[in-house]
Design a protein around this ligand. Sequence first.
Ligand code: MD6
Ligand code: FE
Length: 215
Amino acid sequence: MTPDLFADTPPDWREALAPGAVVLRGYALDAVPELLAAIADVQRQAPPQHMETPGGRTMSVATSSCGALGWVTDRSGYRYSGVDPYTGLPWPPMPAAIREMGCAAALDAGYPDFIPDTCLINRYQPGARMGLHQDRNERDFTAPIVSISLGLPTAFLFGGAQRGDRTQRIPLAHGDVVVWGGPSRLFFHGVAPLKPGQHPLTGEARYNLTLRRAG
Ligand code: MD6
Ligand code: FE
């Protein structure tokens, strides 16, 4: 037997979730100051909003975006837009700290060609959650999704290709990064309700940065 037989078995610091999906524990910790400064900079230009779902519900998560495109939702559906509907302006450019972290994590997860054109910035306050869904508004499903967690911990729910598939409940802490793509690119996922707490750097909040190639 040669080690090459196990070439797609991740080393210990990469936790396999499913084919094509991994958790990189603490991966973003060294870049936290730069990432938090980048979030603040984007949010000054594109303030987080509780957007409306197509079904008319107000999202518990407050979102904004940076990059060429931004993810939006309103009564007419989920989609990407080049313009922030609340400011009428193009989204702020993606800060280098965010782009570089996304590309490095994708590379270490086995996706060397990732070129993100959007980063969604989600702010969760206690009680905020995200129901089980697939990310399918992107044009090209060959690119992975990179999700960076900062601030208060939560549980990420990771299912399968069918809504009814069993979900894994994965604790996510400050600095953890999840990457999913390839065979799991369209797997259902969600975020459990945020528990009350105080984080020394983010206060009563969790931030999630989700980088994607949308256009
Ligand atoms: C998260 N967000 O905030 C995960 N997907 O941790 C998502 O999975 C997500 O916020 C599609 C569209 C918007 C999102
Ligand atoms: Fe999603």
